[in-house]
Ligand binder design. Structure first.
Ligand code: F6R
Length: 612
């Protein structure tokens, strides 16, 4: 999620690193920093804010420096402050490093390093642990020390480091996080993304998980965890800059849709104890007594996050027995809600900056209620002002239409539901275990939904849909909020007027709008109401509507009754929204592509709505 660049050669490193960091900033970052080698010492400059803010603080006397590393941060552990910005240094400031990812056992390592080994820590980050850990093993060879140190680390990471005692040498490693070495003439570079390299070279070596590399201006040494040399092919990059920023996809939205298996997995990481069959989110800071005493929850959000809340209501009520009311933030504020003791407000916001959501949060707190925020941005206003925070680890979302953040918001609500349900002894152990196993399987299942063959099936229907100015989404129970989200996505980027209805409501009015060929997307993933949904599909069929159904494999009755069908892998009904949302995102995306619209920046919309 963070951006990393390193340079060793004969050109001015600070300017080159700053230019590289700016290329990574399109993903949205909150702080930046450099560590530079100068005459046997390290100079570190870092700052909360943009790369330009950092650039403004750099002294001219650094122009002679030709070796350094840089970082733009998307905060995970610790707020975006000057001290938490990377690089982080060892006690003696002899080693500096930058990191992308999460060190899962950082607390255990920190306790050991600060206690037994006497290291002094100054930041709130997991990253600082790595600088001290490498220092602990350092005897003059950074590559050896990094290999030994990383042996003790659990997590996903890219690490890039340099030592004051090894002029011209940069050392790096990776685990489940990208890292690319750019090969130049009399210079070499390292970066987390191709975009930071393209201006300098198209020749690269791609480091694999568990490999380590040391580079100087004219050498690249790659070894495995035991130190044995590894031969790596040179990979020539053919993408242009724009394609590289989007990871080779045509749009950020599609890239972010494709990132969903990872976003969902990251959001669950460390929050499920599979052996005990339990959710472990004790770091929320809510006591058992507080959770047990809850007699009502409000979920408040806007847009897509509100739709996640509507799914959350059904999940939380069924897993915890706590009644849940869901409100659009701009309505909640002005309807004098009857807030009482033993109630809690959950706000959901990807950006953490939505003005209406923030105002609702403040109102709830003013009235004496505790607020739990589900947000994707560490240190955002919502995160700072809430009493408790659950971070979704979707990574930066750039496309205006929210996709991966939505899926991770759903995951957060499942985890909260299971956690509260367990503490309140409401949920049966075997049901909890089945749901946890179901959650763990989701990333793989989302990947299946995103397979090329599946997408081809959708695209044919999207060509039909793109020719219409009006479309409907219908569903019952958990399928209804997913239908609402599907309709919003379609409206936002294809500009087709789309309405979502509870399938049972069609005959109470909207059926009058069904004409020959009109697109109707029917969500039919809920076994308990499948027959009822099929009857509603028949009502549409009888009036000539073109029905495309999204259902589960094994629900065989559906195919014979619709014009097109998309099968999801078999899934527990309660978890189905996480899978069924994905084809609706793809339908919106490909319909908008057919209509030739600006996908990532739809007309009249902004990514973060900071005005009422
Ligand atoms: C739709 C979309 C918006 C946001 C809404 C809330 O695709 O992205 O509806 O969901 O503006 O934004 P956050 O979650 O940042 O509060």
């Amino acid at each position: 999620m963070c951006g990393i660049v390193g340079y060793t050669g004969s050109r001015t490193a600070p300017a080159l690193l700053i230019a590289g960091l700016k290329k990574l900033e399109y993903r949205g970052y909150d702080s930046a920093g450099l560590a530079l080698q100068r005459e046997g010492t390290l100079v570190v400059a870092k700052k909360a804010g943009s790369v330009a803010d950092l650039e403004a603080t750099l002294n001219r006397d650094l122009e002679q420096v030709t070796v350094g590393i840089g970082h733009t941060r998307w905060a995970t552990h610790g707020r975006p402050t000057d001290i938490n910005a990377h690089p982080h240094c060892s006690c003696g400031d002899e080693i500096a490093l930058v990191h992308n990812g999460i060190i899962e056992n950082h607390q255990e390592l920190k306790d050991w390093l600060a206690g037994e080994k006497g290291h002094h820590f100054i930041s709130e980050t997991d990253t600082e642990v790595l600088a001290h850990l490498i220092e602990e093993f350092y005897e003059g060879d950074l590559l050896v020390a990094m290999r030994q140190a990383m042996n003790k680390v659990v997590g996903s990471y890219t690490v890039l480091a340099l030592s004051a005692r090894e002029p011209g040498r940069l050392v790096c490693t990776r685990q489940s996080s990208p890292l690319i070495i750019g090969l130049g003439e009399g210079e070499n570079l390292i970066a987390s993304d191709i975009t930071a390299l393209l201006e300098h070279t198209r020749k690269t070596k791609i480091l694999e998980d568990g490999e380590f590399a040391a580079i100087t201006a004219d050498s690249v040494e790659i070894v495995n965890a035991d130190g044995a040399a590894i031969e790596t092919d040179i990979f020539e990059i053919t993408w242009d800059l724009e394609a590289a920023e989007k990871g080779g996809f045509d749009h950020f939205m599609l890239k972010e849709i494709m990132e969903q298996p990872d976003a969902v997995r990251e959001t669950m990481r460390q929050r499920i104890d599979r052996e005990k069959g339990k959710v472990k989110i004790d770091d929320l800071g809510l006591s058992i007594d507080e959770i047990t005493a809850l007699d009502k929850l409000y979920i408040i959000a806007c847009g897509t996050a509100y739709h996640a809340g509507l799914v959350g209501k059904i999940i939380i009520e069924s897993l915890t027995g706590i009644p849940v009311e869901v409100d659009v933030a701009s309505e909640f504020r002005y309807r004098a809600p009857l807030l009482k003791q033993n109630q809690m407000v959950i706000v959901i916001s990807q950006s953490g900056e939505t003005a209406d959501t923030l105002a609702a949060l403040r109102l709830a707190r003013q009235k004496g209620l505790k607020v739990l925020a589900i947000t994707n941005v560490v240190g955002s206003s919502v995160a700072r002002e809430a009493d408790h925070v659950f971070y979704t680890w979707a990574g930066p979302e750039i496309a205006v239409a929210s996709t991966k953040a939505y899926l991770t918001q759903l995951v957060a609500l499942y985890l909260l539901g299971l956690y509260f349900g367990e503490i309140r002894s409401y949920i049966d152990q075997s049901v909890a275990k089945e749901l946890l196993e179901g959650l763990i399987a989701l990333p793989g299942q989302i990947r299946e939904v995103l397979s090329e063959a599946s997408i081809d099936r959708l695209r044919a229907y999207c060509r039909h849909l793109a020719g219409w100015e009006s479309a409907f989404f219908v569903g019952r129970n958990l399928d209804f909020p997913v239908a609402m989200e599907g309709a919003l996505k379609l409206k936002e980027i294809s500009y087709i007027h789309a309405e979502a209805y509870a399938a049972g409501e069609l005959k109470h009015g909207p059926l009058a709008l069904i004409v020959e060929g009109i697109p109707v997307i029917a969500l039919a993933t809920q076994k308990a109401v499948l027959d009822k949904t099929l009857s509603n599909i028949q009502e549409v069929n009888a009036r000539g509507g073109a029905v495309f159904a999204i259902t589960q494999k094994g629900f065989n009755d559906v195919a014979g009754q619709v014009d097109g069908v998309f099968y999801l892998p078999p899934v527990n009904d309660l978890l189905a929204p996480v899978l069924s949302a994905v084809p609706t995102q793809l339908i919106a995306y490909y319909a908008a592509v057919e209509r030739g619209h600006s996908i990532d920046k739809p007309r009249n919309l902004a990514k973060s709505v900071t005005v009422e």
